[in-house]
Design a protein around this ligand. Structure first.
Ligand code: SF4
Length: 349
């Protein structure tokens, strides 16, 4: 299946292109104390190492916005400042060199204050992510928290900027309900061509949130919708980045990373597939090369079933074999499976 990307206009955050035919960006957000430069820098670096293309940082007050230059000096990934309620924080962050901002104009109610922000972003031509999520939809206006309310609410924000002739926007429409999110993005993409940041908001724990996000983002991405993604999980944000790449890779939308495939095992299994596959996945999580590695329980069916893998291992009661593209390469001791596989993975680098 070839996925035809929905046509959106192109935005640029420093050297990062978003939208148009640019590669889909995997985003995440720091959870570190926004008043600690060293903690934020440490986490931004961890996220960058995992492949995060755009890192969002919370800027809850003026003090945190003042730290932007000190953070930027020590990292090399574009930053998006997450700002709510106070227009002065946005202005401070922009003046201090933030690369882009995420803003919810709905919670900065006064139009003259929003106008001050727009004047500033215009000066610097920086990207603003606007939009709606199920928590920010105005319940007095929209009785039902459905896709229609999300789209109308996002459009209100978009129009504030369009009225000032500012279109350097990225738009998001997130609900914690998968179907509502899908419907909202489908509808919005019919009426505007801004790059779309897609995600399921408050998706949940690492397990449930990954499943919800995979279903929601998988459907949207397979329809060509989504220029930048975030898998929101209640866990270490580095895992959000890993999950983002796995989703993209499973649809052929990113080549980054080792794809570990493994059999479900059955009575024929001669090796501990679960343990080896998990260990290989952990050890190769940060590698960028595109490679498919198989861990299969038995030599009877394993190499044949995993013939599309670049390399793999299969077990028997006495030993294991290493295979390439389904063909056995060498017999190995069962205790040497990990080092042998890692040695072959290194050769592909
Ligand atoms: Fe069972 Fe072998 Fe198939 Fe794994 S590869 S499920 S062990 S038959």
């Amino acid at each position: 299946m070839t996925i035809k990307r929905h046509k959106t206009r192109k935005s640029r955050i420093r050297c990062l292109s978003i939208g148009g035919s640019s590669p889909i960006v995997v985003e995440s957000m720091t959870t570190a104390d926004p008043h600690s430069v060293s903690k934020v820098v440490k986490q931004v670096r961890q996220l960058t190492e995992a492949g995060c293309g755009l890192v969002r940082i919370s800027l809850p007050d003026i003090e945190s916005a003042k730290l932007v230059p000190r953070i930027k000096d020590r990292i090399n990934v574009p930053l998006m400042g997450d700002i709510h309620f106070d227009h002065r924080i946005a202005i401070e962050a922009i003046d201090r060199g933030i690369d882009s901002i995420r803003l919810n104009p709905g919670n900065i109610r006064r139009k003259d204050k929003i106008k001050l922000i727009i004047d500033r972003v215009k000066e610097k031509n920086i990207v603003v992510r606007v939009g709606a999520n199920s928590g920010s939809v105005d319940r007095r206006k929209y009785k039902r928290n459905n896709a229609d309310a999300l789209v109308k609410s996002a459009m209100e924000h978009v129009k504030i900027f369009e009225k000032e002739d500012y279109r350097n926007l990225i738009v998001s429409l997130k609900s914690s309900d998968v179907k509502t999110t899908i419907d909202a993005y489908r509808e919005f993409s019919k009426i505007r061509d801004y790059p779309l940041h897609i995600g399921i908001t408050e998706a949940g724990t690492e397990f449930s949130g990954t499943i919800k996000s995979s279903v929601g983002l998988g459907i949207l991405l397979s329809e060509g919708l989504g220029d930048t993604i975030r898998v929101s999980l209640s866990c270490d944000p580095v895992k959000e980045v890993y999950a983002g790449y796995k989703i993209l890779r499973s649809l052929g939308l990113s080549g980054r990373g080792i794809d570990v495939i493994s059999c479900p095992t059955c009575g024929r299994a001669g090796i501990n597939v679960e343990k080896i596959a998990n260990a290989i996945e952990q050890k190769t999580m940060n590698l960028e090369q595109s490679l498919k590695v198989a861990v299969m329980g038995c030599i009877v069916n394993g190499p044949g079933e995993a013939r599309e893998a670049d390399i793999g291992v299969a077990g028997s009661s006495t030993h294991a074999i290493l295979f390439k593209k389904g063909q056995p390469v060498k017999k190995i001791d069962k205790n040497r499976i990990m080092p042998e596989l890692l040695k072959y993975i290194e050769k592909f680098q």
